[in-house]
Write a protein that binds this ligand. Structure first.
Ligand code: DNO
Ligand code: MN
Length: 362
């Protein structure tokens, strides 16, 4: 298992590489060029700039999250081929820079959705919260405007460029079914996986968050059966999943331990985080500790260990604690606590030797 930490880049993150360096066990940053639009080919100079910054602190840049997929690909439009070509070129460049895994998602229009970014938990910290009835009853355009007008943050999937076209996009998705989405994903994978095989880059699809249709838009990366189907669309070890326990865990009928067992070998990247799901379908993000939420974090880590997991892993969203000002869900403190918890479980499952006295004498 190799530990990673998501970093939004110089000038774009409240957390510095210097700080990340002081979290035990982190080997790679999980990064992206966040100013690139979906569908654009990534420039090599910008990739190498991040590589240089990371290597200065001894990190690799093995995991990219995400290279976003253009909506025309998800919609299955004729123009998709151009964007698939760009995607292939980006894969080749990332491979040349040393990248091993690309995380991406196939959610129409939006990435993750929450109704409150700073909901107070019992301990006085705040965290991302999803109120089901609110999303079920809200006008999506109204919600998006509210978020777009708050200059304090951007979220993946909520970049201004994407928000402008929202009404048009909703129209374009009218009549697009789940089955259509599967077929569009197949077409995309058939295009890129041979390039991944040649360039030794594993694709890892992130589950939909939350894992059910929202605003009348279809969502397919939602449960065990559907993930199994995605892995078979192109049955190659280079077509994998980012198994995100928090996203999938917000539907209590998803059994994450079973998924780790079934998909072992096809999980190049794991997101491990906890959430607390309420009976009415609401959920709140909690600390990573198993007892604090409804996701079986210890069981999941054990299942990874038993199945010889040697992929990348990262803590996912954290709470906002100790008055930290940061991107919602992406502060330093709670994610660092999350790492120590995950490493604590992991190290207790195998024999971890302390340093020898000889090894510390120079
Ligand atoms: C939620 C997060 C997501 C993820 C993207 C991947 O669990 O991990 O925002 O980064 O969906 O494309
Ligand atoms: Mn995730």
């Amino acid at each position: 298992m190799r530990m990673g930490f998501r970093w939004y880049g110089e000038g774009n993150d409240s957390v510095s590489l210097k700080q990340i360096k002081q979290i035990p066990g982190v080997e790679t940053i999980v990064w992206a060029l966040h100013d690139m639009q979906a569908g654009e080919e990534w420039p090599m100079e910008k990739i190498l700039e991040v590589k240089q910054q990371a290597e200065h602190y001894g990190f690799t840049i093995d995991v990219v999250e995400s290279v976003n997929v253009h909506e025309d690909i998800k919609l299955g439009l004729l123009s998709r081929d151009r964007y698939i070509e760009n995607y292939k070129r980006t894969i080749e460049k990332l491979s040349r820079a040393g990248v091993k895994v690309i995380c991406y998602n196939f959610m129409p229009v939006f990435d993750w959705i929450r109704t409150d970014l700073y909901k107070e938990l019992e301990d006085g910290s705040t965290a991302l919260f999803y109120e089901k009835s609110k999303v079920d009853n809200i006008d999506p355009i109204e919600l998006v405007n509210k978020i777009a007008n708050n200059p304090d943050y951007t979220m993946p999937g909520w970049e201004p460029g994407r928000l402008e076209n929202l009404t048009k996009l909703f129209d374009a998705y009218k009549g697009v079914t789940e089955e259509d989405l599967f077929q569009h994903l197949r077409y995309f994978l058939e295009g890129i996986i041979p390039v991944c095989e040649e360039n030794d880059i594993k694709m890892a699809i992130h589950p939909d968050d939350p894992p059910w249709p929202i605003f009348g838009l279809p969502r397919i990366i939602t449960n065990q059966a559907n993930i199994k189907r995605v892995l078979k669309l192109v049955d190659s070890p280079y077509n994998g999943v980012t198994l995100c326990s928090g996203s999938l865990g917000s539907n209590p009928s998803n059994n994450l331990v079973n998924m780790v067992k079934e998909f072992a070998g096809r999980i190049p990247f794991a997101h491990v985080r906890n959430i607390k799901v309420y009976e009415n379908g609401d959920f709140i993000e909690t600390s990573h500790r198993g007892q604090d939420g409804t996701v079986d974090i210890v069981g999941i880590m054990k299942a990874y260990h038993e199945n010889g997991f040697n992929g990348y892993i990262r803590p996912d969203h954290g709470r906002h604690i100790w008055d930290e000002k940061c991107r919602p869900g992406y502060g330093l403190y709670d994610r660092a606590l999350g790492i120590m918890y995950l490493l604590g479980i992991w190290d207790s499952l195998g024999r971890q030797l302390p340093l020898t006295y000889e090894s510390i004498i120079h």
